[in-house]
Ligand binder design. Sequence first.
Ligand code: PEP
Ligand code: MN
Length: 258
Amino acid sequence: KTIIKIGEAEIGGAEPAIIAGVCAVESREQTMITAQVVAEAGCKWFRGGAFKPRTSPYAFQGMHEEGLKILAEVRDTYGLKIVTEAIDEPALDLCEQYADVIQIGTRNMQNFSLLKRAGQARKPILLKRGMSSTLEEFLLAAEYVMAEGNYDVILCERGIRSFGSHSRFTPDLAVIPAAQKLSHLPIILDPSHSTGTRETVIPMARAGVAVGADGLLVDVHPYPERALCDGPQALLFDMFRQMVEEVRAIGQIVRKPA
Ligand code: PEP
Ligand code: MN
């Protein structure tokens, strides 16, 4: 089983890895206060988008390099490892300079030229499942990265398209043990993007760890009503602290020492 390890921080190890932070870096203040809460909760990973793949071209697209500099400040201040999304090759060039882990989003899971470029990067890749992709397509997308020589790939289930309107996407929990049966790669769950509403995030986070997810990718925001991206799914700080406590307890029951 592959364990992704950067310093003390691990994904695929004994504890479920909690990668938490802002959906989008919107300002230095919003990012730094969220990072403080994430660090104080004992988490080792911070997420934040500087390049945002938005459905509407008129929506906030991210702070780009300025946002990456804020993320680098998060690492310098709190020691958190940084996960950030590259939406295209030029963004990947920049993310490689500033981040610890480069995220490829659901909409790019089969962007094969971007996957090949990610495979040439010397940083781990967090690969999100395409929202309409089969497990086979998902694993073959990971192969595109590994075939270029980068074996540090983290799979991420982020919900698939379904017919319900109670949830933005459908978190496919069954894909987690199925992927673990076929692949040595760690797989985490994104309970935020897969549901779209904060009330559903903690129940799905608990469930994800219970079915064996190697970690979680979670949105948190200090004032979600003013968020420029995905406010309705962002956990408030107290909810986040509660989630961390609960999933740690579940992790102790279901995870065997490596
Ligand atoms: C994100 O994690 O910020 C994101 C845009 O996710 P996805 O690609 O799963 O929609
Ligand atoms: Mn988002």
